[in-house]
Write a protein that binds this ligand. Structure first.
Ligand SMILES: [Zn+2]
Length: 284
């Protein structure tokens, strides 16, 4: 699935511009002062790409939010803001000494219900009561959006079709504008935002888009401990154990705080199914 960005800073797929539901100019910051090289990933906390694109146009949207594109669960995409224009997707934000990421980044929204609420019998639903059959169970690396902050809670998984489109769009942004840094909204607005959350395999996404350039370590690590390694809810032995990972288990590192790593645990197909913190001394 090839995407390119044309001279009008709009996304094309197979030689045709993708569907456009333009956010009003009042929901943007106008033309970028300088071309961003940062990409911020989001979930919409909503029903569909179309519903979110429509919300960006809605007069009741008093925060005047917008984003460059919204990718639906089936991999289809809607462009809302041209890539030469600052979208209102980041809000109050800071990371790496930078602030005000609306003027410094592109924003891709993924249609996704985000963090789920527990229902009867171990079930999980969206806040609008849509059941999510096989949620990704994990605690958020910055603490959950609701208590208990460090327990594994349900998150809507991102379908492969949606991830493939997101990767292809991010590659087009890298090719056209030199994007070299990919962050989550939860990296630049810690404690205020939880998207794209633990169900989004950021380490894999960065590798697929940027190759090895953005990695500060190998992308896949292996548990090396004959007695197993505790996957914990936080970066320290005082946090509860989520699961004992067997020797040889493969994990994808997301980030580390001193000697503790937040990792996605991979199944036999290399797909992340759980996440948490492990001590880095037992990874190789
Ligand atoms: Zn966001």
């Amino acid at each position: 699935m090839g995407f390119v960005i044309n001279t009008r800073h709009r996304l094309e797929q197979n030689g045709r511009a993708v569907e456009r539901i333009a956010s009003p100019a009042a929901h943007t910051g106008g033309t970028f002062g300088s071309t961003p090289h940062i990409l911020i990933m989001h979930f919409t906390y909503g029903a569909s790409a179309r519903s979110s694109a429509s919300w960006f146009q809605n007069p009741e949207n008093t925060s005047k939010s917008s984003a460059h594109v919204v990718v639906d669960r089936d991999g289809s995409v809607i462009q809302c803001v041209d890539f030469d224009t600052a979208a209102n997707h980041a809000g109050n934000s800071s990371w790496g000494g930078l602030t005000s990421f609306n003027t410094k980044s592109f924003g891709i929204e993924l249609a996704n219900w985000g963090y789920l609420k527990p229902g009867p019998g171990g079930s999980w639903t969206s806040y609008t009561n849509v059941p999510i059959a096989s949620p990704f169970l994990a605690a958020h690396k910055n603490g959950n959006p609701y208590r208990p902050s460090d327990a594994a809670i349900g998150w809507e998984p991102y379908p492969p079709e949606q991830m493939a489109t997101a990767v292809a769009i991010a590659r087009a942004l890298a090719a056209k504008y030199g994007v070299d840094t990919i962050l989550g909204h939860d990296d630049i607005a810690r404690g205020r935002k939880w998207d794209p959350g633990p169900a989004f395999d950021m380490a894999r996404f960065r590798t697929q888009v940027l190759g090895g350039r953005a990695e500060d370590g190998p992308n896949i690590l292996t548990v090396r401990s004959p007695t197993g390694l505790n996957l914990r809810q936080g970066a320290g032995t005082e946090f509860a154990v989520i699961q004992l990972l067997a020797d040889g288990t493969q994990v994808a590192p997301v980030e580390h705080r001193s000697s503790w790593w937040f990792v996605n645990v991979l199944d036999d197909e290399g797909v992340a199914h759980k996440s948490g913190w492990v001590h880095g001394a037992f990874l190789a």
